[in-house]
Design a protein around this ligand. Structure first.
Ligand code: MSP
Length: 643
């Protein structure tokens, strides 16, 4: 049954050039939209740029151009970036467009008329970099926690949105909807934040300080605060209130954002919508942050990864694959070219590329005109089953934005097909004329598997998927409903497809484009498919593991388990539940207050019905021998990186 699906990315600030962080969000949103289109859904994907605010005004003044001229130029850089990555947004909204400004002013007027906005005095510590005030609690050493620059004390009259009155409504709303904000850790973070009193939101800036914004319709001495302006893009782009698009897509709205902008989306935005009498979005999907060598990545710190250069160097599909496979949606991940190349070689060149080359080569070399294939046997039933299992797993994972799980499920299937080739040895079957029908069955199954991958990979590796479909003669648009094995009973006309993902020999030496594995694969199958690159771990491998200092806040035994302790640990800015297999070595009370070391970017695991969100490091002699949890030699704050 076809559904309606509406997804938005954040609208990006145009004072930065597009980088890996922006690219990640846009790529996952694109993959999600493509997946829904594949399923036959009616899809709308929105992205755009957030163009008002101090930073643009200042940068324009410095460059000696008008803010609008700068905005035009910088917004175009984002539009071009998405063209370069081939993402498939249906619309691109800019907050300087008339269609947006009109809606922002209409919402402001509506709230003003309803008494939801009042004029008040505000004094506070302001960061010009973040364009926001910081509360005493948030300030670190008198500085902005984000930029580490001094804050400016500003006192002024401003308009306020009566957000505080929605606090208990918001808590109830979130509590009643477990998957409104997901993954769960961000929902918990917001519910934690809402335990303190919620303040009203200053939604204006006096024009004498800032000109570059949308004027308040009821007082033109003020412009609208950037966040109040920006959030409204999500429906100004749908032509609120009477547009067909608004009516069709708003009821199913979902947002995808990075964790840095959780609060505006999980607190301000629902309160604004509630006050304006507009339905709240269905889901807020929050991902973690990309770091570089464990450090924060941002333009101001000057270490932005040139995502687009890497995408050009290794191919857009490889880049998409890496970012979606490497980052567990919701957790932070570290980016390194070594890790990228590692995955490219192991998963794309070896597992997928070799399979496609082997399968198409075998089919082309051994196909013949007549004769029905032998009936499908138990091995084919297993393949059919594993395709269905992978498809279901992808479906569930995609409902939860778990891209890494969707890809892992497809790679399970790919591994199974590679093993099927190894165990059936078509090149041996070809030597025995009596085995001809069996050989035909194996070849048909391989063609079927390629057809399945040509559909299932569409959302993730659109170019590679299209090449696979062409190689097996599929010309129709792919449909999820066709991703099924067992329907094919004769071989289609197949072309050899090798070098789908050329191996990269070392970090800076790209392999020649035609380094086929096919000829070799047909005669030497066993060597074609190692599970992972062999050899010693590199520093890149190590950096992919995010080790953190964690303070044990609570520990308890699990009545049903002899081995596990349930630990609640603090990583500074967040709390996690970790199930540690140390119950036979530590009493819960021994651990509380200790600072231990945990792996913070492990994919969460379900143990005894509970979710474990990390792993505590410990040394041991052997499985049942003495065990010692790693603690620190000197005190460090919870959350500190271990490297
Ligand atoms: N303009 C606001 C958003 C308004 S939405 C109504 C803004 N813009 S931004 O340019 O700073 O983009 C922030 C978003 O970019 C993050 O939420 C995330 O989607 C993406 N990323 C930027 N840096 C990132 C990383 N280092 N890692 C992952 N994604 C990050 O905030």
């Amino acid at each position: 049954m076809s559904e309606t699906f509406y997804l938005t990315t954040p609208i990006y600030y145009i004072n930065s050039v597009p980088h890996l962080g922006h690219a990640y969000t846009t790529i996952v949103a694109d993959a999600m939209a493509r997946y829904h289109r594949l399923a036959g859904d009616r899809v709308w994907l929105l992205t755009g740029t957030d163009e008002h605010g101090d930073k643009i005004a200042q940068a324009a003044a410095k460059a000696g151009v008008s803010p609008q001229a700068l905005a035009d130029r910088n917004s175009a850089a984002f539009r071009e970036a998405w063209q370069r990555l081939g993402t498939t947004q249906d619309d691109f909204i800019r907050t300087t467009e008339e269609r947006h400004r009109r809606v922002v002013q209409a919402i402001l007027q509506k709230l003003w008329d309803a008494g939801e906005i009042y004029l008040g005095k505000y004094g506070g510590h302001y960061c010009f970099g973040c364009e926001r005030f910081y509360t005493e609690k948030e300030i670190v050493d008198g500085k902005c926690p984000d930029h580490q620059t001094p804050l400016t004390f500003i006192e002024e009259e401003n308009y306020f949105f009566k957000m505080s009155k929605y606090q208990s409504w918001l808590i109830d709303y979130i509590t009643a909807r477990p998957d409104l904000i997901r993954p769960e850790r961000y929902r918990n973070e917001i519910l934690g934040f809402l335990r303190d009193p919620l303040q009203d939101l200053s939604i204006s800036r006096p024009k004498h300080r800032l000109q570059w914004g949308i004027p308040l319709p009821f007082d033109d001495k003020y412009v609208t605060y950037v966040w109040f302006d920006a959030l409204i893009n999500y429906f100004s782009a749908l032509d609120w209130p009477d547009g067909e698009r608004f009516k069709t897509f708003w009821p199913v709205a979902q947002h995808v954002i990075g964790k840095d902008i959780l609060k505006p989306h999980a607190v301000y935005w629902p309160c604004m919508l509630k006050a304006a009498g507009i339905d709240i979005y269905q889901h807020l999907n929050v991902h973690g942050y990309w770091t570089l060598g464990g450090g924060k990545m941002s333009k101001s710190v000057g270490n932005v990864v040139e995502a687009f250069a890497l995408s050009d160097k290794y191919g857009g599909d490889a880049f998409r694959y890496f970012v979606m496979r490497e980052m567990t949606f919701g957790l932070d991940a570290d980016f390194s070219e070594e890790a990228f190349v590692g995955r490219l070689n192991a998963d794309l060149a070896n597992d997928l590329g070799n399979l496609v080359a082997r399968a198409t080569t075998l089919i082309v070399n051994y196909q013949r005109e007549a004769g029905p294939p032998a009936a499908a046997g138990p091995e084919e039933a297993t393949i059919r089953e594993s395709a269905a299992t992978a498809r279901r797993a992808v479906e569930t994972a995609m409902q939860e934005f778990a891209f890494q799980r969707a890809l892992a499920a497809l790679w399970e299937f790919i591994g199974g097909i590679n093993r099927y080739v190894d165990s059936n040895q078509p090149w041996a079957l070809a030597k025995d004329p009596l085995q001809r029908p069996r050989l035909d069955r194996v070849l048909v199954t391989l063609a079927d598997a390629l057809g399945y991958l040509g559909v299932m990979l569409t959302a993730f590796l659109p170019d590679a998927a299209a090449k696979i479909r062409v190689a097996i003669g599929q010309t129709a648009a792919p449909r999820l409903a066709d991703a099924e094995i067992g329907r094919l009973d004769r071989l289609p006309a197949v072309q050899k497809l090798s070098g789908l993902f050329p191996r990269v020999e070392s970090k800076d030496k790209a392999a020649p484009a035609d380094q086929p594995a096919a000829g070799r694969a047909a005669s030497a199958p066993a060597a074609a498919n190692p599970a992972a690159p062999a050899g010693p771990a590199t520093i890149g491998d190590f950096r992919r593991i995010d080790l953190r200092v964690a303070e044990v806040i609570a520990a308890e035994a699990l009545p049903k388990s002899k081995k596990l302790l349930k630990l609640t640990v603090s990583l500074g800015h967040e709390q996690r539940t970790i199930l540690a297999g140390i119950a036979q070595h530590y009493a819960p009370a021994d651990l509380v207050g200790k600072k231990v070391v945990v792996v913070a970017n492990l994919e969460p695991a379900k143990l005894m019905g509970l979710e474990s969100q990390g792993m505590v490091l410990a040394g041991s002699t052997d499985d049942d021998g003495a065990l010692a949890v790693l603690v620190l030699d000197r005190d460090l704050p919870a959350g500190a990186k271990v490297r």
